[in-house]
Design a protein around this ligand. Structure first.
Ligand code: BDR
Ligand code: CA
Length: 309
């Protein structure tokens, strides 16, 4: 039976690839809705981009626009990496469906309150929508069997020396989610920096000779240069598709249970995920942190999946 999921995202290039990966697997993933949040680019663009990716995949999955800014802090985008509109420079079809009228937070609450079966949350951006939903209706936590999130860093950040983008943009939201008592799997930069797109991967995507393969190759060709320069990486890290890859093939990853919190106060460290990797605090684990990834198999899954669309 397909696993029921909601994907919360801020497309964004790697979010777009993650959505395509998910949309290629309707028999395994029953996507109840895609919720969008301000993050990589402002909400208008993340919502339109989600609709365009659905159109590219010939899917009519409903898209709900959510929060236009973080809970407390002003929005900082990653337009330097994703372009001003998020998916710039790649030809994509126009949306084939309108945005849903319902707000993403209301959709999350209604869907979780009404469900008879547990739902998995796949989060690819700042956690604002989910945090606001949990504040408004705390009982929905019991309906979420798992949150699989891309975010955080054990070592160095990509927004500041301490903080990774998704957590940095809305650290207060991340703290609410981490403290909600829901099982969480967190795939941090330390893992996604092993999932690097090479020229060979781009060639494989183009060899699919499909609209999806070409669009994915175009998107990835211009993506991640700042990360490569900053970290001296031989390819651009493919962050968000790791979340969907985990849902499709959990054995691609190993995880370690940890007690994890988010710094919401210190000027230098705000947004840092404070990960008790060694069990130093003695506190009960609340977040499983990714410890390893099988990159060749993950890319094989991605390319095989995009070939279906
Ligand atoms: C995360 O930040 C965003 O720019 C990407 O889409 C990803 O979700 C990586 O730090
Ligand atoms: Ca993202």
């Amino acid at each position: 039976m397909a696993r029921s999921i909601i994907i919360d995202c801020d497309p964004g290039v790697d979010d777009a690839i993650a959505l395509l990966l998910a949309l290629a697997h309707p028999t395994e993933l029953n996507i109840l809705g895609i919720t969008t949040v301000a993050g990589n680019v402002p909400l208008h663009y993340t919502s339109q981009n989600a609709l365009k990716i659905c159109a590219l995949a010939n899917a009519n999955t409903p898209v709900y626009a959510g929060c236009p800014r973080p809970m407390v802090r002003p929005l900082e985008t990653a337009a330097n990496i994703h372009g001003a509109t998020g998916l710039q420079g790649t030809e994509l079809p126009e949306p084939q469906q309108p945005l849903m009228v319902q707000h993403a937070v209301a959709f999350l609450i209604d869907t979780l309150q009404q469900t008879q079966e547990p739902i998995t949350l796949a989060t690819l951006g700042p956690l604002t929508n989910l945090a606001v939903a949990l504040i408004q209706a705390p009982a929905i936590a019991t309906k979420i069997d798992h949150i699989i999130a891309m975010g955080g860093a054990i070592t160095h950040g990509n927004m500041t020396p301490a903080a990774e983008f998704n957590i940095y943009v809305d650290p207060h939201a991340a703290q609410v989610v981490f403290k909600a008592g829901i099982p969480i799997k967190l795939i941090t930069l330390d893992t996604t920096h092993h999932v690097l797109t090479t020229a060979e991967h781009l060639t494989h995507l183009r060899q699919l000779n499909t609209a999806v393969g070409n669009a994915a190759a175009d998107l990835l060709a211009h993506y991640g240069t700042p990360d490569q320069e900053r970290y001296g990486l031989p390819g651009a890290p493919l962050h968000d598709p790791c979340v969907i890859a985990y849902l499709l093939q959990p054995d691609l990853f190993t995880f370690k249970p940890t007690y994890t919190t988010v710094d919401t106060t210190s000027p230098d460290n705000i947004g840092r995920t404070v990960i008790d990797w060694w069990g130093r605090t003695g506190k009960a684990p609340n977040v499983d942190i990714a410890a390893s990834v099988n990159t060749p198999d993950l890319y094989a899954l991605l390319i095989k999946s995009l070939a279906i669309l």
